[in-house]
Design a protein around this ligand. Structure first.
Ligand SMILES: Cc1ncc(COP(=O)(O)O)c(C=O)c1O
Length: 432
């Protein structure tokens, strides 16, 4: 595509609506929002939930009005402001042939603030899986060391630990979780032995959207000198997260799910209390605090950012910053509340339909904005694509752990009308 036709593509597809410039200066994620607000009816950190114009929020996304996207748990679409930031930064950096790495300092700060930790505990990655692999490999586990994971882990959450078993003889112990949510801490407590070195668990399970009592699990692990690693792929951006309060050793997440960041982004939190106990998994430019090739000297930085070795994609990292700005503009509490309201509407809608089992606990303590259902006596994995094709209801089939369910993600762009359409469509499917 020529430069001018690319510009007109961006103009038409991305920059349509509230503002537009084809000669946009490089916008930091912060300035992108300040200079050209996409959500004029909202104030930053809007506190009054009732004033939020959810239709306006939906309009910030590019997918068609009649596409009922209920699969943010797999992939979150990005709002226009994120695309603007990425496209503008990419174009501007190309004009100066630079990688612009220093510009992401601001994004580290934003992410650290979003999670209530310090900047040097935050490293950007390509996805949650990469962060979890870095965590797993940095512990240098040995033969016989035990790792606890559950049967509800995503392939990206389980594989890094399974690989340690395969490559180094560590032992992965599988536990089955309680679908009601209440007994999961006890199940973990009962599973550990003197050889347990790590408990790795999902903050929100990808199977049923169940929330685990992260703080209690971490506290228990710390009391036993066991490392805790949280797979936060499904929690970042779904509800407020205070990692200082939860205090895990590691927390890894994707930027491209509930945060609505660019695809191929992720974050890894490494607790500063363990940074000097572990070594970086990869070493390169930006890993060292001291490097001398002649004397073969290398000292590691005391920062999670030592994992951001080598040249990186600055524009997509700035896009994460923009995604955080976007969520902060709505207010993460409001985002969480909206998800719960949509879930509640759905639950009410199917309450008198015994053929629909809800596999996710109802309490706020053990669930948030994602739930999994199973239509009794049906092959749910076959039903799901039918709902997609016939009703444009996009969800995810859950085959993991033989659950045979359909997972529904309720995100900020979803509407009550969509929930009602989903309820009615499910009722029809049952009768068919
Ligand atoms: C719980 C969980 N962990 C890890 C992943 C993998 O995420 P990514 O593709 O960002 O590595 C997913 C993706 O759905 C997930 O749900």
């Amino acid at each position: 595509m020529s430069k001018s036709s690319r510009r007109s593509f961006i103009k038409k597809n991305i920059l349509s609506g509230l503002f537009l410039t084809s000669a946009a200066p490089l916008l930091s994620a912060e300035n992108a929002l300040k200079v050209k607000p996409r959500i004029p009816t909202l104030k930053p950190n809007a506190s009054d939930y009732n004033t939020i114009d959810w239709n306006n929020i939906r309009e910030q996304f590019l997918f068609a009005k009649d596409y009922h996207y209920l699969n943010t748990g797999s992939l979150g679409p990005s709002p226009k402001i994120v695309l603007d930031t990425v496209c503008n930064a990419m174009e501007k950096l190309e004009t100066s042939c630079s990688h612009g790495r220093h510009q992401i300092d601001e994004t580290h700060e934003k992410m650290a603030k979003f999670l209530n930790v310090t900047t040097d505990e935050i490293a950007f990655t390509r996805n949650a899986t990469e962060g979890l692999n870095i965590a797993a490999r940095s512990l240098r586990l040995k033969k016989g060391d035990e790792i606890i994971i559950s049967t509800h882990e995503h392939v990206g959450g389980a594989s890094p630990w399974m690989a340690l078993a395969k490559d180094f003889g560590a032992v992965v112990k599988l536990i089955d979780l309680d679908f009601n949510g209440e007994n999961n801490l006890q199940i973990i407590k009962d599973s550990i032995t003197l050889k347990t070195k790590v408990v790795a668990f999902s903050h929100i399970t990808c199977t049923t959207g169940m929330k685990l009592p992260a703080k209690d699990i971490v506290e228990f692990c710390r009391s036993k000198n066991i490392y805790s690693c949280i797979d936060g792929a499904q929690s970042l951006g779904m509800f407020p997260i205070d990692l200082r309060d939860i205090n895990p050793d590691f927390y890894a997440s994707s930027g491209h799910k509930w945060l609505f960041g660019p695809k191929g982004t992720g974050v890894l939190f490494i607790n500063k209390s363990i940074i000097s106990e572990i070594s970086p998994v990869f070493a390169g430019a930006y890993t060292d605090s001291k490097f001398d090739l002649n004397t073969l000297t290398i000292d590691y930085r005391h920062s999670a950012q030592r994992e951001e070795y080598g040249t990186r994609n600055t524009p997509i990292t700035l896009g994460i910053g923009s995604a955080i700005d976007f969520i902060n503009t709505i207010g993460i509490d409001n985002v969480a509340k909206r998800g719960r309201e949509l879930v509640t509407r759905f639950r009410k809608g199917v309450a008198n339909t015994p053929e629909i089992e809800i596999l996710t606990p109802e309490s706020d303590l053990y669930s948030a904005s994602m739930i999994t259902i199973r239509i009794k006596d049906k092959d749910n994995l076959k039903l799901n694509p039918v709902l997609n094709k016939e009703k444009k209801l996009r969800m995810r089939g859950i085959y993991e752990n033989n659950i045979n369910g359909i997972r529904i993600s309720f995100a900020i762009f979803n509407t009550f009308e969509e929930v009602d359409l989903l309820v009615n469509s499910l009722k029809k499917v049952i009768k068919a």
